[in-house]
Design a protein around this ligand. Structure first.
Ligand SMILES: [Mg+2]
Length: 267
């Protein structure tokens, strides 16, 4: 692995599994900090704020400051502000992370579908049929339809639960309108994260456990891709198809490789 100056690192399945940190994750972040290597933890999770995610990591012994966390909700806010400016009106299906991101760009959250210029959808575990009604009507009236991500499901120890993509599907099926999607595997979240990192594309890598989101997003955005074999199940033939630039057993093995590189550079 040569010449990587900036990292975008997936969380679930890459840094931790459930509530268990993956070996070497804490060390990798320590080394990135010591070397002042730019990095962001990149997650499709739109429900939580960076502070909450940082606290969860801390409870697992992984120290990462909230400013190093970048969610699909934050990328949605950054993208919308650049494309449409401030003070627009949005009907939102989502949780704290998304609401905070939209308020931070001075957008107004409206309850009435007739006022909405945008319908913005992330995972909402308090979803009601009424919210789906209002969102669907707003989209039919011409509101722009934006999705933080289209993750189909949330993996839990009990099985799969509906993800943001399942909610997006309800509105898409109703209206026949496809949303603009911000999160992985779409490249928008990568582009937004890159503009924060400031490292050139060819020297920036995404690290992740899912071929169809992390690796696909990296390829589409034109950055380097690093697959870790923890988290999501992958078959050899699938790995060949997506063809990541580098494959490591886990983030710990990536860490040791990165350390070796730095030493070679120093001596
Ligand atoms: Mg993952």
């Amino acid at each position: 692995m040569v010449d990587i100056e900036g990292f975008l690192i997936d969380l679930d399945g890459t840094v931790y599994l459930g509530d268990t940190p993956i070996d070497g994750a804490d060390g990798f972040f320590r080394t990135l900090e010591q070397n002042e290597t730019p990095y962001l933890l990149l997650t499709n999770n739109s429900t939580q704020t960076p502070l909450k995610i940082a606290n969860k990591l801390k409870s697992m012994g992984i120290r990462v400051r909230p400013e190093h966390i970048y969610t699909s909700a934050m990328a949605t806010g950054d993208f919308l502000r650049q494309e449409y400016g401030e003070k627009r009106k949005a009907f939102v299906i989502g949780e704290e992370g998304l609401l905070e991101s939209l308020l931070s760009i001075n957008w107004q959250l409206v309850e009435n579908e007739n006022e909405a210029e945008f319908v913005i959808v992330g995972l909402d575990r308090k979803l009601t049929y009424e919210k789906l009604e209002r969102a669907s009507l707003a989209v039919q009236q011409g509101a722009k339809f934006i999705a933080c991500n289209t993750d189909s499901y949330l993996p839990t120890p009990y099985g799969f639960l509906p993800g943001s993509g399942a909610i997006v599907c309800a509105i898409e099926t109703t209206t026949g309108v496809k949303p603009k999607v911000i999160g992985k595997p779409e490249p928008i979240i990568i582009e937004e994260a890159l503009s924060q990192l400031g490292t050139p594309k060819e020297k920036t890598a995404i690290v992740g456990d899912r071929l169809e989101t992390d690796i696909e997003a990296g390829k589409r955005a034109g950055i380097k891709t690093i697959l870790v074999l923890t988290g999501a199940k992958k078959e050899e033939r699938e790995i060949k198809k997506y063809n990541p630039d580098y494959v490591f057993k886990d983030i710990g093995e990536l860490w040791r490789d990165f350390l070796k590189q730095r030493k070679n550079l120093l001596f």
